[in-house]
Design a protein around this ligand. Structure first.
Ligand code: ZN
Ligand code: ZN
Ligand code: ZN
Ligand code: ZN
Ligand code: ZN
Ligand code: ZN
Length: 275
């Protein structure tokens, strides 16, 4: 038993739906979507002898009437307006021949196909899916891999196919504090939290640069350290002050010496000029 070939899903083409195609050109209208059979006496007028379809833009050329695209390439052509308007006035049903209820005049079929809910089209967002027009809106907003979805963390829009990748890197997504305080912070705010708030982050005593030997301590224990070491911290400050005073005195002396030396050199220079 031969395997059933896979169903090829293609979008509807308006011209392919309406016209017979021969040698790559669209010829007469297909008969299938006419509401009634053509009466035998009308056949010779309305049916093209070349493509056997209903005359599409009936044209007379070298004595015979055919579709415009079936007419002999060389030779003077002129439209047979009577036939053209008779054809356009034929009663037809939806040319897709699906479950569509529509019926009307052949002249209105193009316009109907632009609106027909059963017309299959390619997703206009470019995902490659072929959908009936009736499902287009739903597909575009809820199924299409090219639809835009806002990241729930940073609120920026992404194609649904890009969103997973983005979520791995989104710097607004909440993470548990790496220092283990239990707080959830946006990834991008983790450093600020560590530097300013986290009770479990390692910090140094502010008196570290004045000589406190504590090293690092959890932020939540810093207050106890400060209140328990007031005298020691004061001593460090006093020690630093004394050092500063000595340095200051030394600097002052250096400055005075330099000034004296400069004055001496200027006096010597002036003496030299007067000579
Ligand atoms: Zn024809
Ligand atoms: Zn229809
Ligand atoms: Zn789509
Ligand atoms: Zn995001
Ligand atoms: Zn924390
Ligand atoms: Zn300290």
């Amino acid at each position: 038993m031969a395997a059933k070939p896979p169903e090829v899903k293609t979008a509807d083409d308006k011209n392919d739906t309406l016209f017979i195609k021969i040698d790559g050109t669209h010829r007469g209208y297909k008969k299938e979507f006419l509401s009634q059979n053509i009466p035998p006496m009308m056949e010779s007028i309305l049916v093209c002898p070349i493509c056997k379809g209903i005359m599409n833009n009936a044209t007379v050329c070298l004595g015979s009437i055919t579709c415009e695209t079936c007419a002999t390439p060389k030779g003077d052509k002129s439209k047979v307006t009577q036939v053209v308007s008779t054809v356009l006035g034929l009663d037809v049903k939806c040319p897709l021949l699906r479950q569509c209820e529509w019926s009307g005049k052949l002249s209105a079929t193009q316009e109907h196909l632009d609106k027909c809910l059963l017309f299959k089209l390619k997703c206009p967002q470019g995902c490659g899916v072929i959908i009936e027009r009736s499902k287009e809106a739903n597909h575009k907003t809820t199924e299409c891999v090219k639809r835009k979805i806002n990241c729930k963390h940073c609120k920026k829009p992404f194609n649904s196919e890009q969103l997973d990748e983005h979520l791995k890197n989104c710097d607004s997504q909440p993470i548990k504090c790496p220092d283990g305080c239990g707080k959830e912070v946006a990834k991008k705010d983790a450093a600020t939290h560590k530097n300013n708030d986290c009770p479990l982050a390692d910090v140094k005593c502010p008196y570290d640069k004045y000589g406190c030997k504590l090293g690092t301590i959890k932020r939540k224990e810093l207050m106890a350290h400060k209140t328990g070491n007031v005298m020691e911290h004061q001593d460090y400050i006093l020690g630093s002050l004394a050092k500063l005073e000595t340095e200051n005195a030394n600097l002052k002396k250096e400055l005075t010496d330099t000034k004296t030396q400069l004055a001496l050199r200027i006096t010597n220079l002036e003496k030299g000029v007067k000579k």
